[in-house]
Design a protein around this ligand. Structure first.
Ligand code: 13P
Ligand code: SF4
Length: 387
């Protein structure tokens, strides 16, 4: 069984982010005239604009980006690799980030003030990052302070969070983590405190605490920002080792135990490989779990003829299937599921952004305010320095 390719549409997804959504992490208006998606010269235009910019531009592409965009990336990677790559390019005047808003924010924080980070479509946000707002997190922390346990709690935020949350974590002696280093981040935190407050992905937090650190499910509690006091009693908060924020990824959250059962019935011997943003029961029933970089390496190392059902974003799974025609590579779920916000970055937006840069204008610059950036950088640098 494999996924059903959606029929191509004449227009790219949600071409312009019009209107504003103050509750969202992502940006709003996308100014300017986009090239028509049907323009047959889009590939040539992107190549010409990139060539004209030369070393002045560096294009980063997250693994979940569309093929039409990935072909122009100077480097591809998961959030961790891309953060490191952005930090390692002091010579590039412009970093064009083909990914989502929180990643571009991190790149802005990690690069020099003179470097400009561009997100080709400002509406490329992340629903998970939107699930933790600074005021909510501050409220939760206050609750811990009232109970006298904030001092023994180390905050950790997943990379998939706003710069404001990263800044909060930096101010309170914590660290940022990604899906490739969450285990190291949790171990680092437990050397410094007795408890962890983990934002915003409950699944990555739970999967890491239980499967990597050997804690029990009952050591973890779920803090719901929409309930008074997080929906937890004082005793629950005092007893918990890991307080998980109630957030999740809308893409990885779709995989269920039934998806795993079904694929095992249909494809005997299939290897199930999932991202740690998947629910705990899905991860438990899988054969392997790891970040996007881990998934790519696992498939590179897999023997010809082996069968793999992958629980992660569809653009990556499709690319892996193309790259490994000698292996049977399937999407874990019956229903196709792209990350709709990752998909906002399409070729017309990339062409537009590059051509604007050629014309001497900097479109959709992502700039984090200096105070937030300072504290977020503390937490990001701590992540980059994790043993
Ligand atoms: P990684 O790139 O860290 O694997 O995270 C996946 C993801 O959901 C990015 O938005
Ligand atoms: Fe956010 Fe999930 Fe999309 Fe990643 S895949 S950008 S976590 S919604």
């Amino acid at each position: 069984m494999s996924w059903t390719e959606p029929s191509p549409t004449g227009t790219a997804l949600l071409l312009l982010g019009r209107g504003s959504d103050p509750a969202a992490e992502k940006g709003v208006d996308c100014p300017g005239e986009l090239p028509a998606p049907s323009d047959p010269d889009l590939v040539a235009r992107a190549a010409a604009a990139k060539a004209a910019l030369g070393d002045r531009v560096f294009v980063l592409g997250h693994h979940y980006q569309r093929d039409e965009v990935i072909q122009f990336a100077d480097v591809t990677g998961d959030s961790f690799k891309l953060a490191r790559e952005a930090a390692a390019r002091p010579e590039a005047e412009y970093i064009v980030f083909c990914g989502v808003h929180f990643m571009a924010e991190s790149a802005d924080i990690l690069t020099a003030d003179s470097q400009r980070v561009v997100l080709p479509d400002l509406a490329a946000g992340c629903s998970m990052a939107d699930m933790a707002e600074l005021t909510q997190v501050e409220e939760g922390w206050e609750r811990l302070a009232e109970l006298g346990i904030a001092d023994v709690t180390v905050p950790i935020t997943y990379m998939n969070s706003t710069a404001a949350i990263k800044g909060f974590v930096g101010r309170h002696g914590g660290v940022v983590c990604t899906s490739s280093n969450a285990e190291r981040a949790l171990r680092w935190a437990f050397e410094r405190g007795e408890k962890i407050f983990f934002f915003p992905d409950q699944h990555l937090g739970r999967n890491t605490a239980v499967l990597e650190l050997g804690l029990s499910l009952s050591d973890c509690v779920l803090y719901d920002p929409h309930k008074p006091g997080g929906g937890l009693t004082d005793e629950q908060l005092r007893a918990a080792k890991v307080i998980l924020w109630r957030g999740h990824c809308s893409v990885h959250g779709r995989f269920t135990l039934d998806s795993v059962k079904e694929i095992r019935e249909r494809v005997p011997g299939v290897n199930v490989l999932v991202h740690p943003e998947c629910r705990h029961d899905v991860v438990l029933s899988a054969d392997y779990v790891g970040s996007t970089e881990y998934i790519i390496k696992a498939l590179d190392a897999a023997p010809a003829g082996s069968a793999w059902a992958i629980g992660t974003e569809l653009n990556l799974v499709r690319r892996l299937a193309k790259a490994h025609p000698d292996k049977q590579i399937m999407f874990l779920d019956r229903a196709v599921c792209y990350c709709s916000t990752m998909n906002r970055i399409d070729l017309p937006h990339l062409v537009w952004a590059l051509e604007e840069l050629v014309a001497g204008r900097v479109p959709n610059q992502i700039q984090v305010d200096p105070d937030t950036a300072y504290h977020a950088r503390v937490a990001l640098d701590q992540m980059l320095a994790l043993p």
